[in-house]
Design a protein around this ligand. Sequence first.
Ligand SMILES: Nc1ncnc2c1ncn2[C@@H]1O[C@H](COP(=O)(O)OP(=O)(O)OP(=O)(O)O)[C@@H](O)[C@H]1O
Length: 282
Amino acid sequence: MDTIELKHVRYAYPLTQKPVLDDISVTFEKGTFYGVIGENGSGKTTLCNLLRGLIPNFYKGELSGDVLFDGVHLQDLDVDQLSVSIGYVFQNPFTQISGVKKTVFEEVALGLENLGVSPQEIIERVIRVLELLEITHLAQKNPTELSGGQRQRVAFASIIVMDPDILVIDEPTSQLDPAGSMKVFSIIDQLKKQNKTIILVEHKMNMIAAYCDIVLVMRDGKIVKNGTAQAVLSDAALAEAGVQPPEAALLAYDLKAAGIPLEDIPITAGECCRLIRKRWER
Ligand SMILES: Nc1ncnc2c1ncn2[C@@H]1O[C@H](COP(=O)(O)OP(=O)(O)OP(=O)(O)O)[C@@H](O)[C@H]1O
């Protein structure tokens, strides 16, 4: 699957009046890493639910506008088929663990089993993914007895083992320590280099700045900004959408206020160092 296109999409959950997605128009292109940011309750998870077909198949409610997958309407697609092309890593890893498998190995193998992949291939793919996520030591543990961070890695493993074209990932590092978060981001980056489309919801602005190509800012169910990570995250108006800019940009604003403006507003620590050195050598 190459593109997902949303045209004037509105959605309200059942028994609610106010749309949670309000006139959303956006196109997601193959091989691009999208970051979706915005304050709590702005509609990010609801957007993920729509992209994965959970709206309107699981969540009912009022949906209007067009949702097109390679030009085909969402309503005309089989939700099971969609789940093969689009992997969804939920915000809450406790939701994602099936609860029917006794070991992490079996849990990660479950989706491939359901697709009828041969046992030999399942074993090879699961071993590779467990190694990639550095959870081989958990292979024989019961998934229900893991910590939140361990479950988050298992949930992530059970999606990437399926090798979907598009990954919709909702706060994959909320339960992880800084080293675990860095690891997950570097894996997501590797997946992007394999030409996967990544749509990531995340509150960690420094990570969004370091990895995303395009950043979408949501507020009150609308996409209020859509542009390159540099253009969106360096914009001082970002705070108006309830989002704290990355630390590098904040430092540049402070320097400017102190009468020491940099040539540009950096969004990563590396770029910030480069601009400070340039200013220093002037
Ligand atoms: N199942 C539901 N039924 C009714 N309203 C819902 C449901 N799920 C979410 N909402 C409402 O929709 C709005 C958007 O919620 P959503 O979870 O999409 O926001 P979010 O941007 O992902 O928030 P967060 O950053 O806290 O995860 C909120 O007002 C929320 O209360």
